[in-house]
Design a binder for this molecule. Structure first.
Ligand SMILES: Cc1cc2nc3c(=O)[nH]c(=O)nc-3n(C[C@H](O)[C@H](O)[C@H](O)COP(=O)(O)OP(=O)(O)OC[C@H]3O[C@@H](n4cnc5c(N)ncnc54)[C@H](O)[C@@H]3O)c2cc1C
Length: 456
């Protein structure tokens, strides 16, 4: 479904890899040893022994998979455990994606109202109900939904089937053909913006947008060394307005509602250790999967409680994002893994100690306030955790069932892309919203009285 991103990668000659190859390159290939990659990869215990993926519910792994793509044995296991539910969910996902793709094409594109466009393509039937009610309605509610689909909505959106709308839950299953740009997806957007303009202003914040009687907008901005006010015909706000710090003064504009967003804690850390089997109730001879997704236990029901968080599992996912050698270790070059944790709370040292199977630091050495350096950890030994970085994101809206979506046009020549994040929150859909608005703006310029006069 990543049509715009796929085209951008091609257009800007960015080298891409399938999601599977990307994982191989980042996780299993040793960067410093190109001659010997395959040999090392094959002897790497993560490749040969650990399952690739496991779904943990806080007590046990309810599902494991040997490799990134579904091999014949994994596929057979999936069908054995879940019956035909995976196949039916796959069919439903394809049907929904086909409807979604109509938003890119004539006669719908460009759409003036996302609400209307969603209705025309028939996706309102899935945005207006929770995933749980859709799966129940289609007779697909059961372990497949609760374990596999829910693990997927948790890792992608930190949300549960009881509250997330069913379209977003199906988007989580649409992983076919997933790809990544080598070196980072950011390069696509960097190339797009540099192609569009030479006037890229980093570290500059827009602080106010004001509609003037001459029909232009004054846009106030500030950067570390200056403040500015400039005038524009059209203004496109391409970030969730509620977090932007932009003050909008346009009497006729209808501003988007403030909506609840997920606060996602992302923690990256480097360690020479593997995850401890005992922290995951495995025997000492078993290895923890490279990707640990999580789900709820059968007796957990978050309902529509947006504060429920990760529940008994304690986090949404832990994955190895890279392996390499630490140039700062003693002696230099110690093999280490960089892990990424998605959680609803700050990952503290006690949690890290538990999953790494090392001694918990004493609580006195770990007192801290919320504004502390995100790179700091206190009681853990540098031989257990050599580096850490924490960041809290307003990552996505809570994707609650909706009948209507924010208007693209907030007022005369004032546009807003981020309403689409309540429909489907992805890089692709936000790019689609941007492309759609760009086309609407151009269409208006082309048919404006001034242009008509010039043309005459
Ligand atoms: C941890 C995490 C993981 C994710 N994983 C995925 C994924 O795997 N796949 C996927 O498709 N999507 C993923 N997403 C969602 C994806 O990042 C968003 O859907 C996408 O970034 C939205 O794009 P955008 O351009 O609308 O907004 P953003 O990417 O948020 O860009 C908005 C920009 O506006 C800037 N800005 C804000 N206020 C101002 C101001 N006042 N003045 C000037 N600039 C301002 C911000 O600094 C930011 O650079 C993830 C999000 C998070 C947080």
């Amino acid at each position: 479904m990543n049509r715009i991103l796929f085209e951008a990668a091609e257009r800007f000659n960015l080298s891409t890899s399938s999601a599977e190859d990307d994982i191989y390159e980042r996780v299993w290939k040793w960067e410093d040893d190109p001659e010997n990659q395959l040999k090392k990869c094959q002897s790497d215990e993560a490749y040969t022994v650990s399952p690739f993926l496991g779904i943990w519910n806080g007590e046990a792994f309810v599902y494991t998979q040997k490799s990134a793509s579904l091999g014949i044995w994994d596929f057979a296991k999936l069908l054995w455990r879940y019956g035909t539910a995976p196949l039916r969910a796959n069919r439903l996902t394809k049907e929904v994606i086909n409807r979604f793709l109509r938003l890119y094409e004539d006669p719908l594109f460009p759409w003036v109202s996302l609400t209307d466009a969603v209705r025309v393509v028939g996706l309102d039937t899935v945005t207006t109900k929770t995933a749980e009610s859709l799966f129940k309605q289609r007779g697909m509610w059961g372990e497949f939904a609760r374990e596999i689909v829910q693990a997927s909505t948790r890792v992608n959106y930190a949300q549960h089937l009881s509250a997330i709308h069913s379209l977003e839950s199906l988007v989580c299953l649409a992983t076919e053909g997933a790809m990544a740009v080598r070196g980072g997806n950011w390069q696509m957007f960097d190339a797009m913006i540099h192609e569009a303009t030479r006037d890229v202003r980093l570290n500059t914040s827009v602080t106010a947008v004001e509609y003037n009687s001459d029909g232009l907008y004054s846009v106030a901005s500030t950067s570390p060394h200056s403040s500015d006010i400039e005038h524009f015909d059209d203004v496109i706000i391409a970030t969730p307005l509620q977090f932007s710090g932009i003050d909008i003064n346009s009497p006729s504009a209808r501003l988007p509602d403030t909506i609840p967003y997920v606060q996602l804690h992302v923690t990256l850390f480097s360690t020479p250790r593997a995850l401890s089997p005992s922290a995951f109730n495995l025997s000492g001879s078993e290895s923890v999967p490279t990707f640990v997704l999580t789900t709820l236990q059968p007796d957990e029901d978050p309902g529509d409680d947006l504060e429920y968080g990760a529940g008994k599992a304690g986090f949404f996912s832990i994955s190895v994002v890279k392996k390499g050698r630490n140039p700062h270790s003693l002696p230099p070059g110690r093999p280490e893994r960089i892990y990424k944790i998605f959680s609803d709370k700050r990952v503290d040292d006690a949690f890290l100690a538990r999953i790494l199977g090392v001694e918990e630091p004493s609580s006195e050495s770990c007192e801290r306030d919320e504004n502390e350096d995100p790179h700091r950890f206190c009681g853990l030994d540098e031989n257990d955790v050599s580096w850490i970085h924490r960041k809290v994101w307003h990552s996505y809206p809570f994707e609650l069932p909706r009948v209507t979506f924010e208007e693209l046009r907030l007022g005369e020549s004032l546009w807003y892309t981020s309403g689409i994040e309540s429909f489907i929150s992805t890089m692709e859909t936000s790019a689609l919203a941007g492309k759609n608005i760009a086309k609407l703006v151009v269409n208006e310029w082309v048919k404006s009285p001034e242009t008509e006069k010039t043309e005459l």
